[in-house]
Write a protein that binds this ligand. Sequence first.
Ligand code: FAD
Length: 439
Amino acid sequence: MTGTAGASGDWTNWAGSARCHPARRVSPRSEDELVQQVRDACSTGQPLRVAGNGHSFAPLVSTDSTLVDLHEYADVIAVDPAAMTVTVQAGAPLWRINAELDRYGLAIENMGSINVQTAAGLVSTGTHGSGTRYGCLSSQIASMRLVTGRGELVECSATSEPDVFSAARLGLGALGVISTITFRCVPAFSLSLEERTEPFARFIERLPEHVESIDHPVFFSPMWSDQVHIRAMSRTTAPLRPPSRWQAWRDHYLAGHAGLQGVLWAHRRGAALVPFASKVLTRRPLRSFVDVSHRIFTFPQRVRVVSMEYAVPLEALRQVLQELRRVLPSSGEVVSLPLEIRVASGNDIPLSPAYGRPTGYVNLATDAYSPHDKIYQVAGRVLSDFDGRPHWAKLHSHTASSLAPRYPRWNDVQRIRQSLDPKGILINPYLERVLTGTA
Ligand SMILES: Cc1cc2nc3c(=O)[nH]c(=O)nc-3n(C[C@H](O)[C@H](O)[C@H](O)COP(=O)(O)OP(=O)(O)OC[C@H]3O[C@@H](n4cnc5c(N)ncnc54)[C@H](O)[C@@H]3O)c2cc1C
């Protein structure tokens, strides 16, 4: 588990952007033990937070009270090939779920770009991949078992406790402690990966066509270059043509790890070096592969960055990108990494940034060790002005009062949350800022 306590007992997230010193740290091995931990917190009134794999940039997990980590409660419980579902313990990492589903000829329909998050961590922040016909991981949940802040175990789905289910699919760990999740699956499928580049003006012109024609598009737009890199992932029945070991090493470790480290090193030495370093150090041929879906969707990412990401209405995406390209270079800080642009279908999950509208996601990653406040301020203003909703796992400066008007069902969530956790034992200071509005 990322951020496992050192001798000091501190917990740190993957990016190093959140740190805490929990008074107690517990690792339940069964649902009974998990329930008992929540009941103990209820009876003492001491707050409790649950950690996944620490891959959120925001201090969602941080607590100075009890920290529950789930690395001992991380198995795949059952795969049901007839119902096409998989049931997992909350701490199960995505890579383990994918491996188990491979054995049954099943797959998760869509996912983000890494596979190390836990099942509960993934859904609790609205982790998403890309594709206008596909939703975030939370939208793929069929049912879940949840321990409420009252210490009660609730089984919920669209037909059983539907209000709780609706909200707790993306609950930030504030709507209960998830014990198990049952995901809907699809028959296993292959993806072709085709990479190409396009000048920014042409890309903007063709954006609607791209997002319609590519099943899972990801676009990378560097501020210092006119070329947009297009990563087109499409469903295919063509025979597998995976990368060789050398190609995988070259792409993920040489260009993706060492090269990227070099770019960030150059960044710390001066803005002028970034375009040169990027072109030389991360250079590799445009790729064209066919592989099992999750091996195309996800890849290793080890370079420590911090990140801000917003969900904007899809129809505003073109304007948002043009505006960011206009204002970001004048922020006074270097934007060395490309904007990453993805899309998703709308959904009915009250706290989902994609609630009720087809969505464009814009992600801005920056060096964790260089100043980025101004970049985030400038980009955050643009994205917020276009009715953007920040990704819950990432960095932003919103508070509950500025977020509430962006979510039509905000008050419903507050009502459900209060009924599930009347004493607020699942709330930490960060959630007070962004959710309960009492900080
Ligand atoms: C390199 C990198 C790449 C990423 N790529 C993507 C991407 O492609 N798409 C995307 O959308 N996001 C992406 N993210 C963000 C990441 O998917 C989310 O931060 C995700 O929540 C991390 O899962 P985790 O298991 O590490 O959970 P954590 O970050 O540890 O926790 C996340 C939240 O889940 C809660 N939680 C954990 N377990 C439980 C439980 N049992 N019950 C209730 N609540 C619980 C925590 O309290 C916390 O609020 C990326 C992050 C990194 C660092």
